[in-house]
Design a binder for this molecule. Structure first.
Ligand SMILES: NC(=O)c1ccc[n+]([C@@H]2O[C@H](COP(=O)([O-])OP(=O)(O)OC[C@H]3O[C@@H](n4cnc5c(N)ncnc54)[C@H](O)[C@@H]3O)[C@@H](O)[C@H]2O)c1
Length: 353
C-alpha cells in the first residue's frame, strides 16, 4: 500500500465555517483531517464523521500533544483567535487562521512576531485573494486598461447571518479591505466609517466605510451589512478610460468590462459655456476569466507553504495590516465618521510571519 503523504491537519472550530475548511483541506489532496476540536463535542463529531480516521476533542491541548500534527486551521470566533493562535504557534504549529486575524492590531502584531521567531507559517484566510476572478480583475487594473483609477465601490450585503461577537465592519468589511489591498497593492492613508446597530445594541449590522488614498489616489467605499434584502457581492471600479464590475454571484461572467467614460474637454480661455463633456459608450464586454474554488486554492497554498517554508500571499503581516485598517475604522465609527489616519507599516515590518 502507498504511504499516505498527505499532511495531517487539525481543525479548531467546527461551527458554520469550519466544516467548509475541513472539506477544502482534504479536497486539495495534500492534507488529511486528523483532528477536530470544538468546545461543543457534537459539532466536532459531526465534522469528524465526514472524514476518515479523524479524532475529536474539546481540549486543544490534545492536539498540541500530538506531534504528528504540524499544522492547524483555526475557525473559531474572531475574539478567540489571539489565545488559540498564540498557543498553537508557541507549540510549534503552522497556523491558518480565519479572518480577521484578531480584533486589535497589537495582538495581531504579537502573533506575527511569534510566528517569525518560531519560524512557523502564519497565514490568514483572506479567501478572496485566492479567487481566480478577483485575480482577473487585478490583471485588468494592473495592465492599465481602466486608465487612471477614480474610485472603487464595494458592496457586501445580505439578510444575515447575524453575528453578535463582532460587527459588520470586522465580519464583512475585512474581506473588502483585504481585496482592496490586494487589488491596489497598497494601504489607504486614512479611513472614515459610519454605521448603526439597528438589531443589537453595540453591534453595528450596517457600516459605510470610506478609504482614502491621498489626493492623487482613488477613492474607495465599502457598504457592508447583514440587514439588507439582497445578497450582493460586487465591486465597481471606475477608471478614466473604462469601468469594470466584478460580481461574485455571477458564476458565468463574474467580470464585466464597460467601454464607458465621460470625456471632458475644457478649451483654452476657461470659458464655462464652451466647456464640453461627451459621453462615450462603447458597450460592455464580459472577458472570459478563469473560475476556481477559492477556499480550496487557499488551503492548497497553505499546505504548500508549510511544506516549502514559503511565505503565504495572505500572511500574518497582511492580516495585521487588515486589522490595523479595521481598527482605525472602528475608532472612526466611535467618533461618528471622523477621518482617522492609518499608521503606515513600520520599516522592516513587512515580510515573514
Ligand atoms: N472566509 C470566509 O468567507 C468566512 C466565512 C465565515 C466565517 N469566517 C470566519 O470563521 C471564523 C468562525 O466563524 P463561524 O461563522 O464558523 O463561527 P461559529 O460561531 O459558527 O463557529 C465557531 C465554532 O467555534 C467553537 N469554539 C468557540 N471557541 C472555541 C474554543 N476556544 N475552542 C474550540 N472551539 C471553540 C464554537 O463552539 C463554534 O462551534 C470567524 O473568524 C469568521 O470570521 C470566514
Amino acid at each position: 500500500m502507498r504511504k499516505d503523504e498527505r499532511l495531517p491537519v487539525a481543525l479548531i472550530g467546527a461551527g458554520h465555517w469550519g466544516p467548509f475548511l475541513a472539506r477544502s483541506l482534504e479536497q486539495t489532496g495534500k492534507a488529511r483531517l486528523a483532528w477536530v476540536c470544538d468546545r461543543d463535542p457534537e459539532r466536532a463529531q459531526r465534522v469528524a464523521d465526514r472524514h476518515v480516521d479523524c479524532r475529536t476533542t474539546t481540549d486543544l491541548q490534545d492536539i498540541l500533544d500530538d506531534r504528528v500534527v504540524t499544522a492547524v486551521a483555526v475557525a473559531t470566533p474572531a475574539n478567540t483567535h489571539q489565545e488559540i493562535v498564540t498557543r498553537c504557534l508557541e507549540a510549534g504549529r503552522h497556523v491558518l487562521a480565519e479572518k480577521p486575524l484578531t480584533t486589535d492590531a497589537a495582538s495581531s502584531r504579537k502573533l506575527v512576531e511569534l510566528a517569525r521567531r518560531n519560524n512557523r507559517v502564519l497565514m490568514v484566510g483572506h479567501v478572496f485573494e485566492y479567487n481566480a476572478s478577483i485575480r482577473g480583475l487585478k490583471e485588468i487594473i494592473d495592465n492599465g486598461e481602466l486608465g487612471e483609477l477614480f474610485y472603487l465601490n464595494f458592496e457586501r450585503t445580505n439578510l444575515g447571518p447575524v453575528r453578535l461577537d463582532v460587527n459588520a465592519l470586522w465580519d464583512l468589511a475585512t474581506h473588502d479591505i483585504s481585496i482592496l489591498r490586494y487589488l491596489l497593492g497598497k494601504d489607504p492613508v486614512d479611513v472614515s466609517c459610519v454605521g448603526r446597530d439597528f438589531l443589537h445594541e453595540g453591534v453595528e449590522d450596517t457600516v459605510f466605510l470610506n478609504l482614502g488614498f491621498g489626493e492623487d489616489g482613488p477613492m474607495a467605499q465599502v457598504h457592508a451589512s447583514w440587514l439588507n434584502p439582497r445578497k450582493v457581492r460586487q465591486i465597481t471600479v471606475v477608471g478614466s478610460r473604462k469601468m469594470a464590475v466584478w460580481d461574485d454571484l455571477n458564476l458565468k461572467a463574474p467580470i464585466k468590462l464597460y467601454d464607458k467614460r465621460v470625456e471632458a474637454d475644457r478649451p483654452a480661455g476657461d470659458d464655462f459655456i464652451a466647456y464640453k463633456t461627451s459621453i462615450v459608450d462603447g458597450g460592455m464586454f464580459a472577458p472570459s476569466v478563469r473560475t476556481n474554488q477559492p477556499l480550496e486554492a487557499e488551503c492548497a497554498h497553505f499546505i504548500d507553504c508549510v511544506r516549502t517554508g514559503g511565505r503565504p500571499l495572505s500572511d500574518g503581516y497582511s492580516g495585521l495590516r487588515v486589522v490595523t485598517i479595521a481598527e482605525c475604522a472602528q475608532r472612526s465609527l466611535a467618533e461618528n465618521g471622523a477621518r482617522v489616519p492609518v499608521p503606515p507599516a513600520m520599516p522592516g515590518e513587512s515580510g515573514g510571519g
